[in-house]
Design a protein around this ligand. Structure first.
Ligand SMILES: NC(=O)c1ccc[n+]([C@@H]2O[C@H](COP(=O)([O-])OP(=O)(O)OC[C@H]3O[C@@H](n4cnc5c(N)ncnc54)[C@H](OP(=O)(O)O)[C@@H]3O)[C@@H](O)[C@H]2O)c1
Length: 328
């Protein structure tokens, strides 16, 4: 099969197609004929040698954390899928290829009405957002959340999930076009941080109380303002560190207002945790996708052979929703 194999690390030009053997199918695995694969910021780090796949080290290092396509083979212990089923899957690598194998528990049926391209945009972004909102921050109907980078892949998923769960959403974005899009997704307030200071907006919007939780992808640059934007007993979930990783924290505020700062990462988690998350997510969201109340937001697609272009495009910060690779 054809796949993007990382034979060296570096700039986007190292993303080249090679002919490699088909993936092996273990007893608990399915093999998916990939039609579309999501591009994620983590892939950019992996390409640079900064984000290795979890052990065991694969013989061919193929990036790609999520994909959608058709089941072409099932292992002897597989019970949930049959050949021909359309699935979307969270994979711990290997998505940038014509075929990928993964445990059946990491795959979900594609909700009716969704294309393969749309389905490939769901696993990484929506599972991360779902887990941050409802597991890490423990949010419930009527509570409030500040979602940074609201037009990003994860941010746009989080806004939709929060909206259908009856949460009040304030979000930040970098352009007016993004501001309009995130308002249409269900945010009540959208702050263009070039024009307004988000902590001021959050303070007045929440009548000086602050929000119950913050989903943060920015890290270093936002930590102090995030702390100031939280309600007493509020939680910051650190999902990304786009502006840097080193920040200092005012421990007096942390203990005085009983705040929580917690981190999350999807790829490195034990299998049973991912299985549980995928199962709960599927049960709770499948009908919302089928009815169109939740949707995949696709910015642009590139053929697999143009993965380098896709990586160059993602770092421009122009994207709204997801960038997807299509696979013939
Ligand atoms: N922990 C996990 O398991 C997990 C899972 C998935 C993703 N992530 C991480 O979460 C982050 C977002 O992922 P994504 O897929 O949503 O990315 P994305 O679609 O590329 O969106 C990222 C957006 O963040 C904003 N941004 C970039 N640099 C910024 C900076 N220095 N300060 C403020 N805003 C900045 C930009 O939007 P504006 O122009 O609107 O500011 C950019 O478009 C990434 O760091 C990714 O690695 C973590």
């Amino acid at each position: 099969m054809e796949a993007i194999v990382l034979k060296e690390f570096g700039g986007p030009e190292v993303l080249r197609i090679f002919e490699v053997p088909l993936p092996e199918c273990g007893p608990d695995d399915i093999v998916i004929r990939v039609r579309a694969a999501g591009v994620n910021r983590a892939d950019l780090l992996e390409r640079q040698g900064l984000y290795p796949p979890p052990p065991p080290r694969p013989e061919y290092q193929i990036p790609g954390l999520e994909c959608a396509g058709e089941v072409v083979k099932t292992g002897s212990r597989v019970v949930r899928f049959r050949e021909g089923d359309r699935v979307m899957a969270l994979v711990s690598g290997g998505g940038y290829a014509q075929y990928v194998a993964c445990p059946e528990d990491f795959a979900m049926p594609i909700p009716p009405g969704l294309s393969d391209i749309e389905a490939a945009a769901i696993p990484e972004a929506f599972l991360t957002a779902y887990d941050a909102l409802f597991d890490k921050a423990q949010l419930a109907m009527g509570q409030s959340v500040l979602i940074h980078a609201g037009a990003g892949g994860v941010g746009s998923a989080a806004i939709q999930l929060a909206h259908v769960a009856g949460l009040h959403v304030v979000t930040t974005v970098g352009t007016e076009e993004k501001r309009q899009r995130v308002l249409a997704l269900g945010a009540e307030v959208a702050v263009n941080y070039h024009d307004e200071v988000f902590e001021d907006v959050v303070r007045s919007w929440s009548n000086g109380q602050g929000v119950d939780a913050i989903l943060d992808f920015v890290g270093q640059q936002y930590l102090t303002a995030n702390m100031a934007s939280l309600k007493t007993t509020g939680t910051i979930v650190v999902i990304g560190t786009l502006s840097g990783t080193d920040a200092s924290i005012h421990l007096g505020q942390l203990l005085g207002r009983r705040l929580t700062v917690r981190g999350t990462a999807l790829r490195s988690r034990p299998k049973y945790e991912k299985m549980r998350l995928i199962q709960t997510f599927q049960e709770r969201t499948h009908a919302f996708f089928a009815s169109g109340r939740l949707g995949a937001i696709i910015d642009r697609t590139f053929p697999l052979a143009q993965a380098a272009e896709a990586h160059r495009y993602l770092v421009t910060n122009q994207t709204i929703g997801k960038v997807i690779l299509t696979v013939d």
